[in-house]
Design a binder for this molecule. Structure first.
Ligand SMILES: [Zn+2]
Ligand SMILES: [Zn+2]
Length: 191
């Protein structure tokens, strides 16, 4: 950022130098619109030619990007989801879009720290962005709140298996399953 732009921003003015007041972080209403349109037009032009919308000049692979840019973005998302804050924000956003749940990243982070990164039901250490998942102790579908008292971190596989069961229902199921599974080894394993 240039010194001029910094001064403009500090004065509450659009950094495009149009003299209008800031609306977004850097721009006034008009300049923000103009630049958005410009970048949309650019994207459209790339798409028409079958090129990556990042402007790298490579052919499209997914809907918007080439192979390389897709990989780069995936790597970026993966790294981000491995940090506690990035992961918590990702979970919070996906719960909000999937179920409209207001589960704050702070609640998720505090549960993780309280548990020392271990599964609340198995006691094993979890990996952010891989095996860690957020569990409502009283299921969300049964009216469980998304607050500190009802949120914990459990292994993804356990979370899927437990579904909307209570802990005692789930434990009863597992107690039934174990002797049965032990008595019939290998029934579901590849030969
Ligand atoms: Zn402006
Ligand atoms: Zn690209």
């Amino acid at each position: 950022m240039s010194a001029l732009k910094k001064r403009q921003k500090e004065a509450g003015l659009c950094t495009q130098g149009c003299g209008r007041p800031l609306h977004t972080k850097w721009r006034c209403v008009e300049c923000a619109q103009k630049l958005r349109k410009k970048s949309r037009d650019k994207q459209k032009k790339h798409l028409e030619k079958g090129l990556c919308t990042n402007g790298c000049g490579r052919p499209l692979h997914t809907k918007w990007y080439c192979v390389e840019c897709t990989q780069k973005q995936r790597r970026y998302a993966k790294d981000r989801n491995r940090s506690l804050e990035g992961w918590a924000k990702m979970i919070s956003a996906s719960q909000k879009s999937k179920r409209g749940t207001a589960l704050s990243p702070e609640t998720i982070m505090s549960a993780w720290l309280k548990q020392g990164g271990k599964c609340a039901l198995l006691g094993v250490p979890l990996v952010l962005g891989e095996t860690a998942s957020v569990d409502h102790i009283v299921a969300h579908s049964k009216g469980g709140a998304s607050d500190d008292a009802n949120i914990r971190i459990v292994h993804k596989a356990v979370n899927t298996a437990k579904s909307a069961m209570t802990d005692s229902e789930f434990a009863a199921l597992v107690r039934k399953l174990i002797p049965w599974a032990v008595a019939q080894p290998g029934t579901n394993e590849a030969a």
